[in-house]
Design a protein around this ligand. Structure first.
Ligand SMILES: *Cc1c(COP(=O)(O)O)cnc(C)c1O
Length: 232
């Protein structure tokens, strides 16, 4: 029996394994923003375990609708301070920690029973104005601050490089992230995750050392028109 979503997932998982090469397992996070609950459940039935969400309100409905499944939820969108509590309560991972002011609410609202929230520091690697992510030179201090919080666990770095049409420049941004990640690991050997690469550019990211890719449209097809940004 063939199901287009299952087939897309199998192809994507296989392609990632092929680029990664033998003995290297890259985590695939399915970016499920704006997808109906039924599509998320269908992908979970195919074997997908990690899901990434951008909008808190929308995500909470999907998380509740999958409460009977053993899934891992990643918050990958920009995080507003007033949403930190919901993220701390309902997610397993946060990919977008980019400022000190989020540390208190995240640490304070993380339920003890959930264990620590797994945290990645988001870096604005291209230095684009108005984009989320801290400056590369802020990474060490922010990483130290995460590691000092009992209810947060520092796991690594995340970036969304500018979608530069020139693959060499994109690749350079991924390589710059890999260098920052190596520096981070020298200070924090427990950091094991470099989250970078999306549908259009994940092979470059994996070639440069991504340990986790976040893929939406290549799995689900084009996203349904969204009303989500307004809700959040
Ligand atoms: C939507 C999104 C993705 C996936 O994007 P695609 O191009 O659909 O693969 C990955 N990361 C973040 C932060 C996103 O918002």
């Amino acid at each position: 029996m063939s199901d287009p979503l299952h087939d897309a997932w199998r192809r994507c998982r296989q392609a990632i394994d092929d680029v990664a090469g033998p003995g290297r397992r890259v985590v695939l996070v399915a970016a499920s923003k704006a997808q109906p609950l039924a599509r998320v459940r269908a992908l979970a039935a195919a074997g997908q375990r990690d899901f990434g969400e951008n909008y808190v309100q929308e995500a909470l409905a999907r998380i509740a609708g999958c409460a009977d499944l053993d899934l891992v939820w990643h918050f990958i969108g920009p995080l507003q301070s007033n949403k930190a509590r919901e993220v701390a309560r309902h997610f397993d991972w946060l990919h977008s920690l980019d400022r000190d002011s989020l540390l208190d609410p995240l640490d304070r609202h993380r339920p003890a029973a959930s264990g620590p929230l797994q945290v990645l520091v988001q870096v604005n690697i291209d230095g684009e104005a108005g984009k989320s992510g801290c400056a590369p030179q802020q990474v060490p201090a922010l990483a130290d601050a995460v590691a000092a919080r009992p209810n947060l666990r520092l796991r690594g770095l995340m970036a969304i490089p500018r979608p530069d049409p020139d693959p060499a420049r994109r690749r350079a941004a991924f390589a710059a992230m890999a260098a920052l990640f190596a520096d981070l690991r020298a200070r924090h050997p427990e950091a094991d995750t470099l989250s970078m690469g999306m549908s259009e550019d994940w092979p470059l990211a994996v070639a440069e050392g991504a340990t986790l890719v976040r893929i939406g449209s290549a799995l689900f097809g084009p996203r349904p028109a969204k009303a989500a940004a307004a809700q959040d």
